[in-house]
Write a protein that binds this ligand. Structure first.
Ligand code: GLN
Length: 316
């Protein structure tokens, strides 16, 4: 179904559209596979499903289990990147991390050696580990505390990490440890490998609901300024850059297919959440824990395709 008219966030809040989107994809709920390489994530039910939108006009809407919190995992990478940019360290960052898509899985080690320890972008794991390293260098306090404060301010509720998930990942995080060691060997990690990994695992273990994540990422739809909390998170130029990177690299080696099928900047996490941005209109968050072979939520991806189709809200 293609609608000619684009709906407003007010219309979204008053209509059944989000419920219809969930009904469209419910038959696929048994298809995905919950991430098991982080054992604490394997306990989540594959049947969970939610969607939430946060409009630039401050009007929010949701359907399904939209208040249930889940592990945001790699979605945290947009907020750690925003924090480094907010702290005025963009120039240093873009010398240490690239702005190109990788076309590889999020935890791939192959390119990192070939490209002498400079990760392709801040959304693949080695890029996010460099961002975590920068936060360790810049901030006197715990970077994850700062991240949780930013998120709490943006969504209006108390946000925290789930240390059981962080410990579970740390106990099995051999690939991330190898990426961090490789970065260190190329001189692209300034702090202790263990310290940086601890920050990275705790940022990934932050727990939020679809409603909270949509609200927390609304600033990316409104030129870097969140109209609800009256907080400028990043400059409008940096908001544009983060959106561009999300479109090219936010869903890893499926980013091309996401752009083709959905057509909005997206950032996914292996907890099954995906955040999407419709510039000047709204942010949207979907959650369904079953993943496809690229580590993106299988039903979440289908739900976003249905959402842009039904609402007419898209970049292209
Ligand atoms: N913590 C996860 C990892 O490093 C995040 C990956 C993801 O969500 N894509 O493997």
């Amino acid at each position: 179904m293609d609608l000619d008219v684009q709906v407003t966030s007010n219309q979204l809040a008053q209509s059944n559209l989000l419920r219809q989107v969930l009904a469209d994809v419910t038959p696929q709920l048994s298809e995905g596979k919950v991430a098991t390489y982080i054992p604490a994530l394997a306990r989540v039910s594959r049947r969970s499903l939610s969607i939430a939108t946060a409009g630039c006009d401050g009007v929010d809407a949701s359907a399904g289990e939209a208040s249930t919190r889940f592990s945001i995992q790699s979605i945290s990478k947009i907020f750690s990147l925003a924090l480094v940019l907010n702290l005025g360290r963009g120039e240093d960052l873009w010398k240490r991390v690239g702005t190109e898509p990788s076309g590889d899985p999020f935890n791939s080690i192959v390119l990192l050696e070939r490209e002498a320890g400079v990760p392709r972008n801040p959304f693949i794991n080695p890029g996010a580990i460099v961002v975590a390293d920068m936060l360790c260098s810049i901030l006197a306090e715990d970077p994850v505390k700062k991240l949780n404060e930013l998120l709490s301010e943006l969504c209006g509720s108390e946000i925290a990490s789930d240390l059981e998930v962080a410990e579970s990942e740390a106990a099995h995080g051999y690939k991330n440890a190898s990426l961090a060691n490789l970065l260190k060997s190329y001189g692209n990690l300034r702090n202790d490998v263990d310290q940086v990994l601890d920050v990275y695992f705790r940022q990934c273990s932050i727990s939020m609901s679809a409603i909270e994540l949509a609200a927390a990422s609304r600033f990316l739809a409104s030129d870097g300024y969140d109209p609800v909390s009256s907080k400028r998170v990043v400059s409008s130029a940096d908001a544009r850059r983060i959106n561009a990177l999300m479109l090219m690299a936010g869903t890893y080696d499926a980013a091309g297919a996401f752009a083709f099928e959905i057509g909005i900047p997206c950032k996914s996490g292996v907890g099954g959440g995906i955040v999407g941005i419709i510039p000047d209109a709204a942010s949207v968050c979907v959650w369904s824990p079953g993943l496809d072979e690229t580590g993106n939520s299988l039903v979440g991806r289908a739900a976003l395709a249905s959402f842009v189709n039904r609402s007419g809200l898209s970049v292209f």
